[in-house]
Design a protein around this ligand. Structure first.
Ligand SMILES: C[S@@+](CC[C@H](N)C(=O)[O-])C[C@H]1O[C@@H](n2cnc3c(N)ncnc32)[C@H](O)[C@@H]1O
Length: 313
């Protein structure tokens, strides 16, 4: 199989935050090209790693890349959405883990595959599914969803500057016939956005495409479900590290971690804090860890990356 052209972001930082125990049980929730998986495997002796990806391409690539570790029973690949974390691990008789890493979003391989419809740079069917078994595609959303639902998706998930105009134009065009391809959608978006705004802030279709991708893959819903399970699965001293690439994801992670690590509201003036009120989790990163200047220069995809971590007490 061709080389998987994905440069792992925050490779060492995300794994270092897990403080790997060489005999422990770990999860890579987002296998992709296997960068974080490889870094964790290097540090394990008798420990085990369960690596998830909902994309068949990533699973197949790593079956070859890590054939030895798989044969030795050190690495187990799981072709599942990470929102099935608990159930899929239970099927492997795993009910507690020492660390989980998430490196969210799509890989460069998915993004740059002209057939998958993730990118406004390649003409393809409007697809955007990470999991090829799923039925919902971007084409369904654009052609079949009511105006208000499209507007909600664009406003919420893409932080689109002109959601109403774009949703309206989509509606006008689909009345004449189906919108099938990425380039057709790019033209519609360009028509919808006022000319001065088109020249600023990157590619005019960037935010609309991001919003559709998040909706097709229910990225925020899956993350919230999965993190809730991950927090429960952690053994004492177990850790989670999460790399996000957009503000909605980062806000979700930050809020969930903050809730888990905050003190409950207690009556004022208690002399000693009763043990049962101590939070069960501790933040490992008050501020997110960002890629170094060098990493950002070498890999532009890393520019928006933020890493946060939490530990179970
Ligand atoms: C940014 S890439 C991960 C790259 C990887 N850390 C590496 O070093 O090569 C994200 C991967 O996670 C997968 N993914 C995203 N959301 C997922 C989900 N909800 N369930 C399972 N896999 C998911 C994508 O298919 C993609 O392959």
């Amino acid at each position: 199989m061709a080389e998987f052209e994905h440069v792992t972001v925050l490779l060492h930082e995300a794994v270092a935050l897990l403080a790997i125990n060489p005999t422990g049980t770990y999860v890579d929730a987002t296998l992709g090209g296997g960068g974080h998986t490889g870094e964790i495997l290097k540090q394990l002796t008798t420990g085990k790693l369960y690596s998830f990806d909902q994309d068949d391409t990533a699973i197949k690539y790593n079956q070859t890349r890590y054939a030895d570790e798989i044969a030795a029973g050190k690495l187990i690949l799981i072709h599942q959405n990470f929102r099935q974390l608990k159930v899929a691990l239970a099927e492997q008789h795993v009910t507690a883990v020492d660390g989980i890493v998430y490196d969210l979003g799509v890989s460069s391989v998915q993004f740059d595959d002209g057939q998958r419809g993730f990118s406004y740079n390649y003409d393809a069917e409007l697809d955007m599914r990470m999991d090829q078994r799923q039925t919902l595609t971007a084409k369904t959303i654009v052609n079949d969803w009511p105006f208000n639902d499209i507007l909600r998706v664009l406003s919420r998930y893409g932080e689109d500057r002109f959601p109403k105009q774009v949703a309206r134009k989509i509606e006008q065009h689909r009345d004449k016939g189906p919108i099938n391809t990425t380039f057709e959608l790019v033209d519609i978006i360009k028509e919808a956005i006022p000319a001065p705004a088109r020249r600023k802030g990157g590619h005019p279709a960037k935010r609309t495409f991001q919003a559709l991708r998040v909706a097709v893959n229910d990225e925020l819903g899956a993350l919230e479900d999965s993190l809730t399970q991950a927090l429960e699965l952690l053994a004492p001293s177990g850790r989670i590290s999460v790399i996000t690439f957009q503000s909605l994801e980062d806000r979700l992670v930050k809020q969930m971690f903050r809730e888990k690590t905050s003190m409950p509201d207690l009556p004022a003036g208690l002399p000693v804090l009763p043990g049962q009120f101590e939070p069960d989790y501790k933040l490992l990163t008050r501020k997110p860890v960002l890629p170094s200047e060098t990493e950002m220069t070498d890999n532009h995809r890393s520019e928006s990356a933020k890493l946060r971590g939490i530990e179970r007490q």
